[in-house]
Design a protein around this ligand. Structure first.
Ligand code: ZN
Length: 79
């Protein structure tokens, strides 16, 4: 196993920072992860407006994936 950050060999045995080679690399990766997460969250709402158009699209997709006849059949089978 190599350190995902600096690509140096990172031994697993007795290494509290595994899979990273050192605490420094572990903290750097955590920092990268948090920074990237915040960037993604702000990208979801770039204009600051929440009209819910994205949620509406997902609900439409879910309706297409579950035909109402299937739901009725399952209710009949239930004990
Ligand atoms: Zn490293």
């Amino acid at each position: 196993m190599r350190c995902p950050l600096c690509k140096k060999p990172a031994p697993r045995d007795g290494n509290p920072d595994w899979p990273f080679c050192s605490e420094r690399c572990r903290l750097l990766d955590l920092d990268n992860w948090l920074t990237g997460r915040y960037r993604v969250e702000s990208a979801l709402d770039p204009s600051g407006s929440t009209d819910g158009s994205g949620a509406r699209e997902i609900r439409q997709l879910a309706d297409e994936l579950t035909p109402p006849s299937v739901d009725g059949e399952f209710k009949g089978e239930r004990d």
